[in-house]
Design a protein. Structure first.
Length: 365
């Protein structure tokens, strides 16, 4: 009798050890953390992504290529190369993380955002469709795929999709593409023919060590501390489902393991967010981070200028994940903030060691 898949690291290792895992977006923030976890799980990884934007990026700091059988620097929009690489590897799992992931950048370059997020996902799904072997696909979207009237209710997976800004809209469109492939090519009733199962995963606002992106709250705070400048907050009262990067990554792995065991049972969308009552405003996150970092007196300014539209209220209901795969968050938002502050404050500790310590702590190794 098969063991029930849980977040127990030993059981996850049984599912992933020596399995072939193809990761798009492996050079990004979440992708780099995923490489470190998959290394601990004993998986064989091929990564496919654009090059990191600068030397400070986490992928460069951990020398992420060493955790891959092959690290391919290429564009997700190059459908032919993507198909060739996926076909050559014949993966057991595909984790699709490659994306244009910034709301404000989507206003600056909407066409690129739509292409990368929607057509890029279609390219991954098409390459997966052409595989001969059985394969599980985890398609990473976002908590921002829902039409958001900001009524204060937490979104469930069955709620209406939508998108005010180009980023949100591109990800909602991405969800429709995933659902189309699920119905047209990867239908659970015909699994024995195609041998594929896919799920879309919608996580909250992810924070953690090693994120150096522009226009994200934690990297902006860290830069302001380093540069001895005031922190400028655009939307201080906006609330988000804050979570540490290890939360969604652990959830993706857990869901993928369940899908590998019962490939016809989990071909759906899943929310992975903190508890509904565990929400904080941008200003609260900033103050808590400064306190944990030891910089309580650092100046905070409110930017009252004109800004592009960003939702002020966003919450996820993750009850489905609890009921179907027994997933619940391990760390509260405060824990996530404290872990993140510790990572940035301890520069004397090697980056890989900081990451390893938090992975050990999270998974109770």
């Amino acid at each position: 009798m098969e063991k029930m898949v849980t977040m127990d690291f030993t059981i996850l290792k049984e599912q992933f050890e020596n399995k072939k895992v193809f990761v798009t977006g492996h050079t990004g923030f979440k992708g780099s953390w995923l490489l470190l976890i998959l290394k601990e799980l004993g998986a064989k990884v091929v990564g496919y992504a654009l090059a990191p934007e600068n030397e400070a990026d986490l992928f460069n700091q951990i020398d992420g290529a060493q955790y891959c059988e092959k690290s391919i620097i290429a564009n997700i929009l190059d459908a032919e190369q993507l198909k060739k690489e996926i076909s050559a590897f014949q993966p057991d799992y595909i984790f699709h993380l490659a994306a244009q992931a910034l709301v404000r950048k989507s206003y600056e370059n909407p066409i690129e955002t739509y292409l990368v997020n929607t057509i890029g996902t279609a390219n991954v799904l098409e390459a997966m469709r052409l595989l001969q072997n059985a394969c599980v696909g985890i398609m990473v979207t976002t908590d921002k795929v829902y039409e958001n009237p900001e009524r204060g209710t937490a979104f469930e997976e069955s709620d209406k999709l939508g998108g005010y800004d180009p980023y949100s809209a591109s990800k909602a469109t991405c969800e429709i593409v995933i659902d189309s492939y699920r119905n047209s090519f990867f239908n659970a009733q015909a699994f024995n023919t195609h041998k594929k199962s896919i799920a879309s995963v919608r996580a909250g606002n992810v924070i953690g060590g090693g994120d150096f992106s522009k226009d994200r709250i934690i990297p902006d705070i860290v830069r302001s501390i380093q540069n001895k400048t005031a922190i400028s907050l655009r939307n201080p009262e906006a609330t988000r489902p804050w979570q540490h990067v290890l939360e969604p990554l652990g959830a993706y792995l857990l869901l993928a393991a369940h899908m590998h065991q019962k490939p016809e049972a989990f071909n759906e969308a899943f929310n992975f967010g903190p508890a509904i009552d565990d929400v904080l405003t941008v200003k609260e996150v900033t103050q808590l981070f400064l306190s944990a970092f030891g910089a309580q007196q650092h100046k905070i300014d409110i930017d009252l200028g004109q800004h592009v539209h960003e939702a002020k209220l966003l919450m996820l209901n993750s009850e489905k994940a609890r009921l179907k795969i027994n997933w619940t968050p391990k760390w509260k938002a405060l824990d996530a903030i404290q872990q993140t502050a510790w990572w940035y404050a301890n520069e004397q500790i090697a980056v890989r060691q900081r990451c390893a310590e938090q992975i050990i702590n999270y998974f109770n190794l």
